[in-house]
Design a protein around this ligand. Structure first.
Ligand SMILES: Cc1cc2nc3c(=O)[nH]c(=O)nc-3n(C[C@H](O)[C@H](O)[C@H](O)COP(=O)(O)OP(=O)(O)OC[C@H]3O[C@@H](n4cnc5c(N)ncnc54)[C@H](O)[C@@H]3O)c2cc1C
Length: 367
């Protein structure tokens, strides 16, 4: 991939990364206009479209090989920026959007709870309408950017219907707790706890009871585009492996000379190019304002499985050297495992694909 200005701006993460650095790296993404793609000009977009968004995210992945940073960027963009662009009231637009788009403010979305992961309609966190607006009590877990976010879109039950609210870190009763995962270390991760958090009624996002629709829209975009950045990481990964297979001597020949190795590399290349075709297809559809529910689920399912298989192959080809943390190669296996879960697991994507094909558990029509 060719050198770009983003490469000099954001480098791979050091072995020890803390929240100050995670936040600084996200803000730097804002400074190179990463959050300004595919936005209407009136909101401060840079007059670009989805294919350019995909290209910029890919460059970020390639130059940083940091799955956590890609995860954090996607949580910010699809979890907060786009839902606000689509559903925010004038006050929310004025107060939050300029900061979110420039990267001065960082966001994310809080859906998951201990009792509801794959099925958000089972969430137990609640809002009660009162004379001041809404009183929220929530307990959310595995929330990307939780401990560094300035604001989050938090989904809770209002009259038994999931509903979205914009919650600031300065609101009364807002707390976070860090969670340490053995993957995606470039992202901050944690719990979001709302303890009698009183919000003005202007903080409702969209309409009461619209939460599932908002969640679906946000996750659909995340599924379509999170592998734009990760495909950049996979391009870097493939280059490392090809280079190693040429340098490493195996008897009298270079390692890649063995067909068992070169065929694994061919599979890695095929997977990478297939992911890029899928992501580009989503970008073309988004540009034409067409629905992406099915291709987004297909992209997420294929790409996350492919990322895991290629990451396993990469370690295998490098042998023991691949286990050296300095290579950054083994770390991608744990990142790829998380990739099968975040934005909805592989099984959930299969349920969506089957339902949209006219059968299965999630099919809503008559059989
Ligand atoms: C790195 C990372 C970042 C995340 N970031 C966020 C975030 O920013 N915001 C947020 O709200 N959440 C976030 N999550 C949570 C994520 O959305 C959930 O992990 C995911 O929805 C799966 O839920 P669960 O982990 O509770 O698994 P469960 O729902 O308990 O599922 C466990 C297993 O059962 C399978 N399963 C579940 N239901 C079905 C079914 N109906 N049919 C077939 N199989 C099924 C699943 O595929 C999975 O393999 C993140 C998770 C990770 C790992």
């Amino acid at each position: 991939m060719k050198q770009t200005n983003i490469e000099s701006a954001i480098s791979p993460p050091p072995q020890h990364i803390d929240n100050n650095l995670r936040l600084a790296r996200l803000r730097q993404c804002g400074r190179v206009d990463l959050f300004k793609h595919a936005l209407p000009a009136q909101f401060g977009g840079v007059n670009t479209d989805f294919p350019q968004l995909v290209e910029h995210h890919k460059q970020l992945g390639y130059s940083t090989h940091d799955t956590g940073l890609i995860l954090a960027v996607n949580a910010h963009v699809w979890g907060t920026v786009f839902p606000l662009i689509k559903h925010a009231n004038d006050l929310q637009v004025q107060e939050w959007l300029p900061g979110l788009i420039s990267g001065k403010l960082i966001g994310g979305h809080a859906i998951t709870e201990a009792h509801s992961g794959s099925d958000p309609s089972a969430m137990r966190s609640k809002a009660i309408a009162n004379q001041h607006g809404y009183l929220l009590n929530a307990d959310k877990c595995y929330i990307t950017n939780a401990t560094i976010a300035d604001l989050l879109v938090v989904y809770v039950m209002l009259d038994d219907q999931p509903t979205g609210f914009v919650v600031s870190k300065h609101d009364s009763g807002f707390h976070t707790e860090p969670t340490v995962l053995k993957s995606c270390r470039g992202a901050s991760m944690g719990k979001v706890l709302l303890d009698n958090c009183q919000l003005d009624k202007s903080r409702l996002l969209g309409k009461p009871g619209m939460g599932l629709q908002l969640i679906q829209q946000a996750l659909e975009l995340e599924r379509a585009y999170i592998f734009a950045g990760i495909s950049g990481i996979m391009e870097w990964q493939l280059e490392q492996i090809i280079d190693y297979s040429r340098r490493r001597q195996s008897g009298t020949v270079h390692l890649g000379k063995h067909q068992a190795i070169s065929h694994k590399i061919a599979d890695m290349k095929l997977r990478l190019d297939t992911i890029q075709l899928w992501v580009n297809q989503c970008a073309t559809l988004s540009n034409n304002q067409q629905r992406i529910t099915l291709p987004a689920a297909q992209t997420k399912l294929y790409a996350s499985e492919a990322f895991l298989q290629s990451s396993l192959d990469a370690v295998h080809i490098m042998g023991a050297h691949g286990l050296d943390p300095d290579t950054g190669i083994t770390e991608l296996v744990a990142d790829a495992m998380a990739g099968k879960l975040f934005s909805g697991s592989s099984e959930i994507q299969k349920n969506i694909i089957a339902a949209l094909s006219g059968t299965g558990d999630g099919f809503k029509g008559r059989i």
